[in-house]
Design a protein around this ligand. Structure first.
Ligand SMILES: [Zn+2]
Ligand SMILES: [Zn+2]
Length: 213
C-alpha cells in the first residue's frame, strides 16, 4: 500500500494520498489546499487518482478539491450530512479570513459502514460525528489503518465549538467507533502526527474517565 501525507495550508492539515502499487489506483483524502503540490506528490507515486474522499466539509479539508477535480476528472465522495457545510464554504472562508475559489460538487454520498474500494484496498466508512456534521473516518482492516479526520488526534480530540459540533456526540463516536478498533491499528489524523488506537486508549487525556481533563 502507498500512504503519503502532505501537510498543507496555514491550518497544517494532513492530506493523504492512498493507493495500491499493484493496480496503480489511488485516492486523495481531504485535499485541503495547495493543489499543485498535491498533484506533484501524486506524480511521484505513479498513482492514478480515481476518487476524492472527504472526512468532513471544513474549509481546511476541502479547499483544493475543485482544482483537483479539474486535474483528475474524478468523483468527490462524502457523507450526505456534510454537504450543507460544504455549500457554506464562502461563509467559512470569510470567517477564517481566507480566500476561497469554487465550491466543489458532491458526486456520491458515502453511507456509514459502506466499503469503498481504492484498487485492492478496502476502506470502510465509520460515521463519527461530533466535530462536524457527517464526519467520517476511513478504516482498512487488512492494512490496519484508520484515517480519523478531525475526530481523533494523537493525544487530543477534535474541537466541538464550531457550528454542528457537540462534545457528547464526539465522545460517543470515538468510544464506539474508533476505540473499538484493534489495539495495533495505526491512526492517521487530519492534523498532527500519527498514533495508534492502543496509545490513545492508554494516554489520550480527553479519553481518560470519559470526559475532559
Ligand atoms: Zn475540522
Ligand atoms: Zn481540520
Amino acid at each position: 500500500m502507498i500512504l503519503e501525507k502532505l501537510v498543507v495550508s496555514m491550518f497544517q492539515e494532513n492530506c493523504y494520498i492512498i493507493g495500491d502499487e499493484e493496480s496503480g489506483v489511488g485516492a486523495l483524502v481531504d485535499p485541503g489546499d495547495e493543489a499543485t503540490r498535491i498533484v506533484l506528490a501524486v506524480e511521484q507515486t505513479g498513482l492514478e487518482i480515481a476518487q476524492i474522499l472527504v472526512t468532513h466539509a471544513h474549509i481546511d479539508h476541502v479547499g483544493a478539491i475543485a482544482q483537483l477535480v479539474e486535474e483528475y476528472s474524478c468523483p468527490v465522495l462524502m457523507h450526505e450530512e456534510a454537504e450543507t457545510m460544504l455549500k457554506q464554504l464562502p461563509t467559512q472562508a470569510l470567517m477564517m479570513g481566507v480566500k476561497f475559489g469554487k465550491v466543489p460538487n458532491v458526486d456520491q454520498y458515502i453511507a456509514d459502514e459502506e466499503v469503498l474500494e481504492v484498487g485492492d484496498i478496502r476502506l470502510k466508512a465509520l460515521y463519527t460525528p461530533g466535530h462536524a456534521p457527517g464526519h467520517l473516518a476511513f478504516y482498512s482492516e487488512d492494512e490496519g489503518i484508520v484515517l480519523s479526520g478531525d475526530a481523533l488526534f494523537a493525544e487530543s480530540v477534535g474541537r466541538t465549538d464550531l457550528p454542528g459540533g457537540d462534545m457528547e456526540t464526539l465522545m460517543r463516536s470515538i468510544n464506539e467507533r474508533l476505540l473499538t478498533l484493534p489495539d495495533e491499528t495505526r491512526v492517521y489524523p487530519g492534523h498532527g502526527p500519527e498514533t495508534t488506537i492502543k496509545n490513545e486508549r492508554a494516554s489520550n487525556p480527553f479519553l481518560q474517565g470519559g470526559g475532559l481533563p
